[in-house]
Design a protein around this ligand. Structure first.
Ligand SMILES: C[S@@+](CC[C@H](N)C(=O)[O-])C[C@H]1O[C@@H](n2cnc3c(N)ncnc32)[C@H](O)[C@@H]1O
Length: 1006
């Protein structure tokens, strides 16, 4: 049976939706992402647009029910009035203005489709998400579509997300007038979804009022109880953060000094303010003191005595790559010994030394820095004693302080544990534990006080939000929070998707009336509650595995989900950090959800990359098998006419192959795919690495017989598939380019259309009757994509005229290209306090890196073999690097050329993309009296030779090479140089050099 296509199977305004999705990432206040940390949240903009386009039929489809077409036309016509038009974007307005003048316009089904797509694009805007007119229209269209497509009048379509995470998809389903069912294996997101889908719609403003009332009560009680542990300064200043360094004992011969582990000595590093520490060794006393210095017009001075100048201030701390150098004797305690010492202190948070107190004062701007005094240390001692007392007095079923063990299988992501942070309580100082256990107890008290309320469930809903507030505080009140001098503030732990070790840390005051205290946290959460009051409907959130749903067969209208992306986020290992606190504050109210000591991990569908300390069996086979089960379960619950949409993003070919196989094997046909760019413009992941801005939305339909079994009778001919594949790619690539999707994003975005061709059939057979496995098809897909990309790169030129090294280089550079919309700047973590020992291992040695398998497949597709291109590409482990041109000097100019190449240090942005992540020193190659003994064998070699000559300032040699040696007579030389100029990342040496060569072209008569 055929069903009318939904809009998403025909078109989607991805560029406009992407722009809204990117913008939304910078919205902090009132956005559900700020309710609590959850990783890899989908932007609401993308979810909203996709749900509308997946629920609403395409009015231009011949099978579209007339009732929907009629309703859609009348709804769109309402937007033609001046009043409504003012709510539309510039891009949409002209169409509606036309409709105002010609009311019959939307009788044209194509115009109507365009109007709906315009509406969807505008509704994706965060600013419109609570505007009544947008909500009314979307809900009317959702209901009309549902009923026109056979839904029982009065019911609503059901949208299901079994990997619900932070709940973006089900929240947006409710917003546009559908019912939503959200489930997740992990108890933390289950709670988040309960708040958003059940509690806010059910209790509305009353919930906000209760949270405000009891939040204030907890704040007051906590302040009274904890005030003595966070005293104000005698001059009225309020300490907002205490800065600490873990310590070891120097193992240098005869030294034994206490060495503070501190990475950088900066305290404030802003355009208008510079404050730092200086280490003052006290060898006799076997310790190190600190002096605070500040920069004034005349230079650096002692903060306490501005007349005392500091001539040669130092800013590097004591630790580098995991080993620590003693300021007293200069001895460097090696990594292994440092780790042993910290391990024996269970991570050392309670053996740390306080080196600075950051304060604010009413009526004074900015933050002040002072040295700790006796009083500061005394209250720390007092809090330790008080915690001890409470621990002894505690009689609850579970310990006062979380003693649950950190799961060793997550060590790749939670590697702080190798420093002896074995239980989750070890991640906090005693004072932090005192404060967090106090808040946790107060939340439980609220539960008791509100238990007899009049409104069923309101008490638990209130308690849940208050408990999430405490859990949020744990994120900024632990001993892995770092101090960020450029912002003069503490950075919460989960700014990264990891639990890395940090040597120095910032302990924020929980009573400072600033970000990170309980009152402010609850205030921010209230903004979300009150912002989302317009979202009503029937929502349900449950804990369950995506592989085993309790929903009946054929009950779901839209199966829309965003499964874990392979090994990208280790949700369960990270979520334990929060779970242990929520278990203490909510365990009684959600007995089942919090029965276990830790988040369930065995059934979590992620890949755990191997680690010597981990015995995890979550390999790629597990991931593929379990995803297949989850998608098959999705198909079981989906109605025969339902749509599935699966969101995925990954830059590894293996993970793409796994997910596509799972979709196809689970009995879905891919009928469309859309990349939506969701990355903020300033973010680029790793330097010189292919990065992804987009996630691809794979649109699917169940491949089913009327009885629900998977159809197996549609057999495709391999030759037909192979003929259609390049055509599909050829049609799709230019559209992607138009929408700003390029490079690796475009490569992966081609998988959808490619799979449309293949998954249309139950199986594809060769003439011999042999079934073609998906893997074999994908080899053809990579080749077709590479070939198509190459024709786009060498527009107007025959790419086959180039040798394989040129084709591979061009394709490689194109793959690493990012869309204009995304910029190419990276976030420079100048004060990245990460565990350097761990980070140090990641240091690359320059060049443009691609995942090895992706590089291999691209090469294969171009008829090249990486192993034959040793002077161009270097393979190390899972990474392949396109060598910087400078590194090719020796192979291109022979031994002497190599020798002649000298390297001098230079700082600056020039070769950023070509350097390893940890090395900020830039190098520039200079080439002495380089003589071109022999022109390179290929066009690429010759272009690179000329670039090197240009870089060396060897103008005459370059001229001889191009004119007398005739390298420039080959038109391919200039075509390739031109293409490379467009492909080398801006502000790299390569770009500058190739442009330098091109600039000589005319002058030399070419
Ligand atoms: C990519 S996240 C979903 C993010 C979500 N769309 C959002 O916007 O926040 C994937 C989710 O799958 C969950 N998950 C992993 N394995 C699961 C399983 N077997 N069953 C149900 N959920 C699972 C994880 O806990 C995680 O929340």
């Amino acid at each position: 049976m055929s069903y009318p296509k939904r809009l998403i199977e025909v078109d989607l305004p991805i560029k406009r939706i992407s722009a809204h999705a990117r913008r939304e990432k910078s919205i902090r206040h009132g956005h559900i992402s700020t309710l609590h940390i959850w990783w890899a949240r989908r932007p609401l903009a993308a979810c909203r647009a996709v749900i509308c386009a997946a629920l609403w039929p395409d009015p231009a489809d011949p099978d579209c029910p007339a009732a929907f077409r009629k309703r859609a036309a009348s709804e769109m016509q309402r937007w033609a009035t001046h009043d409504r038009q003012s709510l539309l974007s510039e891009e949409s307005r002209s169409r509606f203005e036309k409709a105002r003048k010609r009311p019959e316009l939307f009788k044209d089904a194509e115009e109507l489709r365009s109007a709906l797509l315009d509406f969807i694009a505008d509704f994706a805007n965060w600013d419109n998400s609570t505007v009544k007119e947008y909500l009314d229209t979307s809900r009317a269209l959702t209901q009309a579509a549902h009923e026109a497509l056979g839904g029982t009048p009065g019911t609503r379509p059901l949208v299901v997300d079994p990997f619900a995470g932070g709940g973006s998809i089900p929240l947006e389903a409710l917003r546009v007038g559908a019912d939503a069912f959200a489930s997740d294996l992990n108890p933390v997101p289950v709670l988040l979804n309960k708040v958003v889908l059940e509690y806010i719609p059910k209790h509305g403003q009353r919930l906000a009022d209760e949270v405000r009332k009891w939040g204030e009560w907890i704040k007051q009680e906590a302040e009274t109880e904890l005030a003595e542990f966070y005293p104000k300064d005698p001059d009225g200043a309020t300490p907002i953060a205490y800065l600490w360094a873990r310590t070891i004992q120097c193992e240098g011969p005869g030294c034994g000094a206490e060495v503070p582990l501190i990475r950088s000595l900066w305290l404030a590093k802003k355009s208008n303010r510079s404050v730092a520490l200086q280490l003052v060794p006290r060898p006799r006393a076997k310790r190190v003191d600190f002096q605070i210095i500040t920069k004034q017009r005349g230079g650096w001075v002692n903060q306490n005595d501005p007349n005392e100048k500091v001539a040669d201030p130092k800013f590097d701390g004591t630790v580098k790559r995991g080993s620590a150098t003693c300021p007293c004797c200069g001895y460097t305690t090696p990594v292994a010994r440092l780790r042993e010492q910290i391990k024996s202190q269970r991570g050392g948070a309670n053996h740390a030394c306080m080196f600075c107190v950051v304060t604010t004062k009413a009526g004074e701007q900015g933050r002040a820095f002072r040295s700790p005094v006796e009083r500061d240390l005394k209250v720390v001692q007092k809090s330790r004693q008080e915690l001890q007392r409470r621990r002894k007095a505690h009689s609850g079923k579970i310990s006062l302080v979380p003693d649950e063990q950190v799961d060793i299988r997550g060590v790749r992501h939670t590697w702080a544990m190798i420093y002896g942070l074995n239980s989750w309580g070890d991640y906090f100082t005693d004072r932090q534990l005192l404060a967090l256990t106090t808040l946790t107890r107060l939340v439980e008290e609220v539960a008791i006080k509100t238990a007899k309320g009049h409104e069923v469930g309101l008490g638990v809903a209130t308690q849940t939000i208050l408990a999430l507030g405490v859990s949020r505080i744990a994120d900024i009140a632990n001993s892995l929070c770092t101090w960020k001098p450029s912002m003069t503030q503490a950075i919460h732990l989960f700014a990264r998707q990891a639990v890395p070790m940090t040597w120095d840390f910032a302990e924020t005051s929980l009573l400072s009336d600033a970000a990170g205290d309980y009152g402010t946290t609850i205030g921010n959460m209230l903004r979300i509650l009150e912002g989302e009051l317009a979202v009503g409907g029937n929502g349900k959130a449950e804990q369950s595995s995506a592989c085993e749903h309790r929903l009946p067969d054929d009950s779901v209208d839209l199966f829309l989900t965003d499964p874990p992306y392979y090994d990208a986020v280790p949700y369960a290992y990270l979520a334990d950090f929060f779970y242990v606190w929520l278990r203490r504050s909510l365990g009684r109210s959600y007995a089942e959800l919090f029965a276990a000591p830790a988040v369930p991990k065995d059934a979590e569908i992620v890949v755990d990359r191997p680690h010597e300390l981990s015995n995890s069996t979550h390999d790629i086979a597990f991931y593929e098998r379990e995803l297949t089960r989850a998608f098959a379960e999705g198909r079981r619950v989906a109605k025969p006419e339902a749509l599935g949409t699966i969101v995925f993003a990954s830059k590894t070919t293996a993970s793409w192959e796994a997910i596509l196989k799972a979709v196809v094997d689970a009995g879905w046909i891919i009928t469309g795919s859309w990349p939506i760019d969701t990355e903020m413009e300033t973010r680029v992941s790793a330097q010189g690495q292919a990065r992804l801005a987009s996630s691809v939305h794979l649109v699917c339909r169940p491949r089913e017989n009327p009885d629900g079994s998977v159809r197996t009778d549609e057999v495709g001919d391999w030759r037909d598939v192979l003929t259609e594949l390049p055509r599909r790619i050829h049609d799709w690539m230019p559209r992607l380019a138009d929408e700003g999707v390029v490079g690796a994003d475009a490569i992966f975005a081609c998988l959808g259309p490619a799979l449309e061709v293949f998954s249309r059939y139950s199986r594809v057979e060769k003439a011999s009757g042999e079934t073609v496995p998906l893997g074999e098809y994908l080899v053809q897909v990579w080749a077709a994509v590479a070939k198509e990309a190459l024709t786009m790169i060498f527009t107007g030129a025959d790419a086959t005229g180039f040798e394989e090294d040129a084709r591979l280089t061009a394709m490689w550079l194109w793959t690493l290209k990012t869309g204009d919309a995304n910029g190419a700047d990276r976030e420079v973590g100048e004060e990245d306090h990460g565990d350097e020992e761990e980070n140090g291992k990641k240091g690359g040695s320059g060049g443009l890196a691609l995942e090895f398998d992706a590089a291999r497949k691209i090469a294969q597709g171009l008829g090249a073999h990486l192993e034959d291109l040793g002077t161009l590409v270097e393979v190390a482990g899972e990474t392949a690097r396109l060598l910087p041109v400078a590194d090719r000097a020796q192979s291109l100019f022979g031994k002497d050329g190599g020798k002649a190449a000298s390297v001098h240090k230079k700082r600056g942005p020039q070769m950023e993309l070509f350097k390893g992540a940890q090395d900020s020193d830039q190098t520039e190659a200079t080439f002495g009296d380089t003589k071109v003994e022999k022109a390179g064998a290929t066009v690429l070699d010759r272009v690179h030779q000329s670039m090197i000559l240009f870089a060396a300032g060897r103008t005459e040699a370059l001229k001889r090479f191009l004119v007398e040696d005739a390298a420039g007579n080959d038109t391919r030389f200039w075509t390739l140089a031109q293409a490379l100029s467009a492909l080398y990342p801006a502000s790299t040496d390569e770009k500058r050099w190739v442009d330098g060569v091109l600039a000589r072209k005319k002058g030399l008569g070419f």
